[in-house]
Design a protein around this ligand. Structure first.
Ligand code: GTP
Ligand code: MG
Length: 370
């Protein structure tokens, strides 16, 4: 039953349709959630106790290169909807907290490590404890959802034979939660996966942890409770990203050249926001393909393993329905040729059928007939 957490089978009603992926940013008060949210979306979140939603574009240097190449009228990045959820305090009433994240596809948990005289910390600087408090809260929520469900099934069992199937699945969940393990560690077959999706279990949601560091901690690569946090996340197979929300904010105000120098000086290759976006994609099993032309250069998000015809459906249902073939060139091959005109002249576009499995970075032109 146990094994490595796989994403392949699970997923995301959203991706595949036209809706954006939805990610909730959660954590204690004053952890840096709104600062991060603002960096991701360019949307200023007023402080308060209401969840804010805004769209963030997924940074992708390939889009910049394709734009340079095609000089289109319009450039469209892949986007993600981010929710800035009010701070969570253990012990406080959590109904609203759980409600606001009930329909997100994944969670970004922000934990504070940064020291500051100006920003009060509630119980000291303890990123591991803060993560664990949230984890416990989600486990408790699932436990109570499970109990309610089991009671209902016990009542229905005589009349409804299907309830027995459901019972088997829920007992697996129960065994997992009894070990204080999140339900995402449970490996299920596609049928069970589908059945479980209807429950809105919290610990089934993918999690990415962001530890918010100060400049000193970035330089020394050390912060309080680091070992405990790293050990726990390794156990749970969850990615950890180190960011300084404050430094990121400063960097976002610089031009590209200065930003690069600043990052190098801190020993970083890339902004935390770019790393976060990449990790979201990797961890959730997502990738991008591109469409290019004079009118628009655009990135589209699909899950790994999507076939050409479904990928076409991301753009328009007519293209999916009337799909004839896909003309495909890998991003690297396009770069090697120089531009798509040259790709055409050299006959380097591949003709692929509806069952072609789209690869990350494919530049695609769909032929269809409606
Ligand atoms: N020194 C320092 N201050 C930070 C950092 N990140 C955020 N802050 C500051 O900490 C305060 C809280 O940051 P927010 O982003 O508002 O935190 P939040 O998690 O949204 O807080 P709530 O909405 O109250 O739950 C603000 O004054 C930020 O400027 C950081 O990396 N270093
Ligand atoms: Mg906030």
């Amino acid at each position: 039953m146990w094994g490595e957490y796989r994403f392949a089978e699970r997923f995301f009603c959203n991706i595949g349709g036209t809706q954006n992926l939805k990610i909730g940013i959660i954590g204690r008060p004053q952890a840096g959630k709104s600062t991060l949210f603002q960096l991701l979306t360019n949307h200023h979140a007023p402080s308060g106790n209401k969840t804010q939603v805004a769209v963030g574009k997924v940074p992708d240097p390939r889009i910049e290169v394709l734009t340079e190449m095609h000089r289109p009228r319009k450039v469209t990045y892949a986007t993600i909807d981010f929710l800035d959820v009010p701070g969570f305090l253990p012990g406080a009433s959590t109904g609203g907290f759980l409600q606001s994240i009930s329909d997100v596809d994944a969670l970004v948990v922000v934990v504070r490590a940064f020291e500051s005289d100006i920003v009060p910390s509630y119980d000291g600087i303890q990123p591991y404890t803060d993560f664990n408090d949230i984890q416990q809260e989600l486990l408790v929520a699932d436990w109570s959802l499970l109990e309610t469900r089991l009671e209902r099934i016990a009542k229905q069992r005589m009349k409804n034979p299907q309830a027995a199937d459901e019972l088997g699945l829920l007992e697996k969940c129960q065994a997992t939660l009894e070990q204080a393990l999140p339900l995402r560690q449970l490996i299920l077959d596609p049928e069970e996966e589908k059945a479980l999706r209807t429950y809105d279990f919290m610990t089934r949601k993918p999690i990415i942890v962001v530890v918010n560091l100060d400049e000193e901690q970035i330089r020394s690569n050390a912060y309080p409770q680091q070992q405990e946090l790293e050990k726990e996340l390794a156990r749970l197979n969850l990615p950890l990203i180190k960011v300084s929300a404050q430094i990121e904010t400063e960097i976002s105000e610089l031009d590209a050249e200065d930003a690069k120098v600043f990052l190098e000086e801190l020993g970083l290759n890339d902004t935390g926001i770019a790393r976060l976006a990449r990790t979201v994609y990797e961890h959730l099993g997502l990738m991008s393909f591109f469409t290019v032309g004079d009118d628009e250069v655009r990135a589209w998000t699909i899950k790994n393993g999507t076939m050409a015809r479904q990928a076409a459906g991301k753009i328009h249902s007519d293209i999916e329905r009337g799909f004839i073939r896909a003309e495909v060139v890998a991003y690297q091959d396009l770069l090697a040729c120089g531009n798509s005109q040259a790709v055409k002249e050299k006959g380097r576009f591949r003709l692929e059928g509806k069952e072609y499995m789209v690869q990350d970075g494919d530049v695609i032109s769909f032929r269809f007939n409606v």
